[in-house]
Design a protein around this ligand. Sequence first.
Ligand code: ADP
Ligand code: MG
Length: 463
Amino acid sequence: SGEWAKAMAIVKEFEEKCGAPEVKLKQVADALTVEMHAGLASEGGSKLKMLISYVDNLPTGDEEGVFYALDLGGTNFRVLRVQLGGKEVGVVHQEFSEASIPPALMSHSSDALFDYIAEKLANFVAEEEQRFQQPPGRQRELGFTFSFPVMQTSINSGTLIRWTKGFSIDDAVGQDVVAELTKALQRKGVDMRVAALVNDTIGTLAGGRYTNKDVSVAVILGTGTNAAYVERAQAIPKWHGPLPRSGEMVINMEWGNFRSSHLPLTEFDHALDVESLNPGEQIFEKITSGMYLGEILRRVLLKMAEEAAFFGDEVPPKLKIPFILRTPEMSAMHHDMSSDLRVVNNKLKDILEISNSTLKTRRVVIDLCNIVATRGARLAAAGVLGVLKKMGRDTLREGGPQRTVIAMDGGLYEHYTEYRKCLENTLRELLGEETASSIVVEHSNDGSGIGAALLAASHSLYL
Ligand code: ADP
Ligand code: MG
């Protein structure tokens, strides 16, 4: 029928606009490399903040003692207790507790957010077994993983530049997040010192390096997306401090805020951006990360419903609700292998109250999942290529292959198999077989929490 043809035309146009062929991805990678240089050259020199992490030494394996970590990154937060065994022993013990951030606290006040977190930490500390207690006279130490853009002023201080990923607590912007947390810990009577403030990318890099010395890049694909890597201190013109003895500095790229005319953007992305809490910002994040993929899909389906009666004469009311279709649901539909696509059917029914979907429409929904996920994963791969280029690791050097391991983490990467496969295949495609053999992508399972504990250990007052 005419309506069906109209719907298919919308799909076709969307697919074309999302196209990310190899040439385009290489342009994206080159543009990212250019922005990396600009962001390292001067403060504010690029949309890429290229933040100096004050981490100039990654874990060696010698770290020892009981340390805490707090991981606040988006939807959930975790508190961890980690016992490090010292030389060649590794992690002896780890335990954690997880809680979600009540949505109301994501836009209330700094005190309310940090009080909530401090209270969870207080509960966790209260359950501490005797054998994990600190020796007399020694305070507990914590690595704080805070995965929002922060201008660090030292390893354990830094001011929040702005919120991302749906947070919008105005009075926290410009504040030192360590000071905010420390005050809340005092209010809740928790005896603990924040020894290190890190981003999840930095934590993942540190956690990855602890188990594999070839790790020099970390990428997060979760609610948002970001990357960190090890840079030569000499190559950071905006760094005016003393040159670190290691000659290296870990850089938190904040690549979620990357944008370029080469990015394949559609009308749906523009509308999502304009209506978001942070219009004009985090454009790369808004087309690659978990917070947004399901929402992009919803927007395309809504247009098809409105303009081509894709779900019948009436537009399903639920389809009009922003963010109702979450990426885990999209991923579940995408992976539906049943012959009658019953997962798709159930999701449409349960989430959108669409009970009359035909097999044909379900197939189209899967096609759309594939288009959205493929674009995101291919762009994430282009981002990795851009970083490898900046590091000079995108081609084989003389003197034999130099292994580069990329530690990846985040719920999207971990659970969205099609996305992950596409990312890894695209990276191989972009690098070529020969170079690809020296680049390893490794899932760093919850490296960011352990990484923060490791960095707390290496920046302990009691060394
Ligand atoms: P955060 O990024 O908030 O620190 P995670 O790394 O755990 O936390 O990532 C959570 C995000 O990962 C979710 O917001 C969601 O977008 C995505 N995600 C979680 N589970 C799945 C899944 N099964 N399929 C696809 N995406 C998922
Ligand atoms: Mg996280």
